[in-house]
Design a protein around this ligand. Structure first.
Ligand code: GLP
Length: 238
């Protein structure tokens, strides 16, 4: 794993964008794995400001809240439209369907999409408890798409986007850790002191399902882009 410490999230977005541009130029990549949350927004802004054309590319998102439709302002469909797709359309953009109540069928559908569209370049954020996508602590590293229960800390962290804790969905559809590890290249953004535990464990802790992001330790091509605050607990900051 390569660690990049940047001044702020704008600089992090630029660095992530440079990595993407290089992958497009050198490897002609075709499928992007995308993430929601505040951390990837500066990266999406770089994409929007660029002259890169994504109309031949496919995007596959990590996750979606169970029970929220694309027109719900807090759905990840809505987020992606607002922060990227309205301004940079892709040929096809896939997200889990939060309104599908048959979770076995929905997970199988999403796994098929992933099989047909192997991810070349995956963007990740990280939860303060080390979750990636919505793979919460305890999730097996062998999972593919699943309906998952959100932990109280994740519900609380995401409550800022809703009117109250009560409105935060309790479940989500999420790509599994196995699916994330299948991506050929991974770029993870983490900013702020609330991420310092997760970042410290990611670099200096054991590989354990207690910290889902630690699954990345064995991946051959991972870049972690953080600000100073997120490195607060690292003992080795070189
Ligand atoms: C949510 C998303 C994750 C994201 C995390 C952190 O839980 N499902 O994919 O990484 O939030 O979000 P932020 O970047 O806003 O800190």
């Amino acid at each position: 794993m390569n660690l990049y410490v940047v001044e702020n999230s704008d600089e992090g977005g630029k660095l992530g964008f440079d990595l993407l541009k290089k992958a497009i130029e050198d490897k002609h990549i075709h499928v992007l794995g995308l993430a929601t949350g505040s951390s990837p927004i500066p990266f999406y802004n770089q994409i929007i400001a660029s002259d890169l054309d994504f109309s031949d590319m496919v995007s596959v998102n990590l996750d979606e809240y169970y029970g929220l439709g694309a027109d719900h302002e807090q759905s990840y469909h809505f987020f992606m439209q607002q922060h990227l797709f309205n301004k940079k359309p892709f040929k096809t953009s896939y997200l889990p369907n939060g309104l599908e109540t048959d979770d076995i069928a929905e997970c199988a559908r999403y796994d098929r999409i992933l099989e047909e569209n192997p991810i070349d370049f995956q963007i990740l954020g990280i939860g303060s408890n080390g979750h990636i996508g919505f793979n919460e602590p305890g999730a097996s590293f062998e999972t593919r798409t699943q309906k998952v229960a959100l932990t109280p800390s994740t519900i609380q962290a995401n409550a800022r986007f809703f009117n109250s804790d009560q409105e935060v969905p309790r479940f989500a559809y999420s790509m599994g850790i196995r699916s994330i590890l299948d991506a050929k290249q991974i770029v993870l953004f983490a900013y702020g002191a609330s991420k310092q535990y997760a970042i410290q464990q990611l670099f200096e802790g054991p590989m354990t399902t207690d910290l889902p992001a630690s699954a990345l330790q064995n991946h051959p091509n991972v870049s972690i882009i953080v600000d100073q605050a997120a490195t607060g607990f690292l003992t080795n900051k070189k």
